[in-house]
Design a protein around this ligand. Structure first.
Ligand SMILES: Cc1cc2nc3c(=O)[nH]c(=O)nc-3n(C[C@H](O)[C@H](O)[C@H](O)COP(=O)(O)O)c2cc1C
Length: 355
């Protein structure tokens, strides 16, 4: 922890992409600490047939190439999602493509699925699975290449390849940085995609679809019904925001790309609540967007989330974030009279049904 408090201010002065690479190196060298001590029965979650020691996952994009899942689990995350991985390696967009908005607790990125491709991801995942059991469920987040993609073919092939090695899979249809990707959230292309996956991988781990926060509320009902009908297990709400909330400040506020962190929180939680009402218990929901405190986590759970994920705040605060969030989450639960997260979810569900 002391090393962290010395290193983080230095990292924050570096170019953000370089700082990210150094953070991954530090994690792979074992400087991520051990944050599992804060877990107890009250924070445990059972969802998708999996047990989670706590509900806080690392969101996709932090470990795109599946380099540090073990270190992230040891640091105290309740689940670890690696990717987005695409079939072939690709360089992503030209730099600069990652911008901090420190006054806003936010980041804008237009990375463009830079990653080493499915073969190297799979090789690392096989090595990981050959070792001791991972302390947390593992998900692979899947995407398509910018050039030459055939979405039904490519997603189906990735699902087949990753299925035997993953506890759950995510179809990412919501990155703002791959042209045409978000159009796959429309009903027809989504149906084609999901039926190609069902044909290619009849037996697979739980499958989630990750949605964009820019979707119109009016389109959510059709999306929920489509994924339920296709046998999808759940939704991640949400990816980064293309729209810019009014008054966003800082010298990088005008950069193109997806906005994450604090300014995304209200929209992603409101969208989650809407999706939860539509899903009415038929889907597992992962709340993601702008989590900075334990109270933010409880808000997402009360809005209908089974689990939550975060990225931006972890990139700002490092592994010390996890013990703080768990402490604050337990305090927020106590203040609201919830002994367990299941109680919190149940109480909120009952309130929604009564209204
Ligand atoms: C630099 C950066 C890269 C990201 N890359 C991906 C990605 O490859 N795949 C994905 O599904 N989401 C990606 N995301 C989105 C995050 O997973 C998450 O949905 C979003 O940042 C909202 O959570 P947060 O406000 O806690 O950061 C990325 C986010 C950031 C900041």
């Amino acid at each position: 922890m002391m090393l962290q408090s010395l290193a983080l201010p230095a990292l924050r002065r570096l170019d953000p992409e370089r700082a990210h690479r150094l953070a991954l190196d530090a994690l792979s060298l074992g400087f991520g600490g051990r944050g599992r001590a804060g877990d107890d029965d009250g924070l445990g979650v059972t969802a998708m047939g999996l047990s989670f020691a706590n509900p806080i996952g690392i969101a996709a994009g932090f470990d795109k190439d599946c380099r540090v899942p073990r270190a992230l689990a040891r640091a105290g995350f309740g689940f670890v999602e690696a990717g987005t991985v695409t079939p072939l390696p690709q360089a992503g967009n030209p730099r600069p493509r990652l911008f901090r908005l420190p006054e806003e607790g936010a980041v804008i990125n237009r990375m463009g699925f830079n990653n080493q491709g499915a073969d190297r991801f799979l090789a690392r995942l096989r090595r990981l699975r050959a070792g001791p059991a991972l302390a947390a469920p593992f998900g692979a987040n899947l995407g398509i290449n910018k050039e030459g993609a055939d979405p039904p073919r490519d997603y189906a092939a990735l699902v087949r390849a990753m299925a035997p090695l993953s506890d759950y899979l995510v179809i990412n249809l919501s990155s703002p940085n791959t042209p045409g990707l978000r159009a796959l959230q429309q009903v027809e292309p989504m149906c084609a995609l999901l039926s190609a996956i069902a044909d290619a991988a009849p037996s697979r781990p739980p499958l989630l679809v990750k949605l964009a926060p820019d979707l119109e509320d009016a389109s959510l009902e059709a999306i929920v019904e489509t994924v339920v009908a296709a046998g999808v297990d759940g939704l991640i709400v949400s990816n980064t925001l293309l729209a810019r909330p009014p008054g966003l400040s800082g010298r990088h506020a005008g950069e193109a790309g997806g906005l994450s962190g604090r300014p995304l929180r209200a929209r992603s939680t409101a969208m989650l609540a809407h999706v939860a009402r539509l899903a009415a218990g038929r889907l597992v929901l992962v709340g993601c967007g702008g989590i900075e405190t334990g109270a933010d986590i409880l808000d997402k759970i009360r809005a209908g989330a089974d689990l939550v994920q975060l990225y931006t705040r972890f990139s700002i605060e490092g592994p010390a974030l996890l013990p703080r969030l768990k402490r604050e989450l337990r305090a927020a639960m106590r203040a609201a009279g919830h002994a367990t997260l299941a109680d919190a979810r149940g109480a909120a569900l009952a309130e929604r049904t009564v209204r």
